[in-house]
Design a protein around this ligand. Sequence first.
Ligand code: CAA
Length: 259
Amino acid sequence: MMSYETILTSTDGRVGVITLNRPKALNALNDQLMDELGAALLSFDADNNISCIVITGSEKAFAAGADIGMMSKYNFTDVYKSDYITKNWETIRKIRKPVIAAVAGYALGGGCELAMMCDFIIAADNAKFGQPEIKLGIIPGAGGSQRLPRAVSKSKAMDMCLTARMMDANEAERAGLVSRVVAADKLLEETMAAAKIIGEMSLPIVMMVKESINASFESSLSEGIHFERRLFHSTFATEDQKEGMAAFVEKRPAKFKHQ
Ligand code: CAA
């Protein structure tokens, strides 16, 4: 496994875990961290023994946003020429296996955007989500103004991006931003349990579920339903569909081969 300086990686069964690890800066997302995160994600995505990826931070912060110290030195042409944000932040969109964000503490600015790039978010009860960029004289730059309204409604997205107020875990769950809230000291345990359940499913089918749900954000309803139908039909070409249905009929647990 590669060695990184700003993240930690580990595996547990079919789950790959990436822990953001710049504790002194509350996991602020600098270029090095985003490059290392991208490399770790691509490596888990290419690993046949991994079915699901978890991204987490510390108890105090998932990530407190893009690194303001780094950004404060940039002018327009610096960010424009270097393609700042889009260059190395969008790797996560290319990942075909499910990515779960396990969020405790602050998920602010780019930290909230990173969590929203994941396929779902499990929040500790101390999690706080926000898009406070406006206080710095900028707007969200890694999808916050696009993904937040899709996740929590226009009204709450406008409120958060315009006033910079934070949403706590319970409000985030009510608004649909996170899938579940768990006790802070159980965050990793509960997230790993969910990731391991996914790891027991057929990997190609898991990937098709992700592909199909994501298609719903990029298409009309009838196009999306057509896409789902084609994928659904293609599941019958897998060995795992035969195994899953045989196991049900024979009243035994399925043993998927990820084929
Ligand atoms: N970038 C760089 N360093 C950061 C940081 C960030 N986003 N957030 C926190 N840190 C650093 C602090 O500078 C501090 O370092 P020092 O000890 O060297 O001074 C350390 O982390 C601890 O932070 P605080 O002392 O501020 O901790 P706190 O508990 O008092 O406050 C906080 C926590 C409310 C999260 C506060 O740190 C904060 O407001 N951080 C900035 C949040 C923010 O504005 N994020 C948006 C960034 S812009 C963006 O993300 C653009 C985009 O869309 C991609």
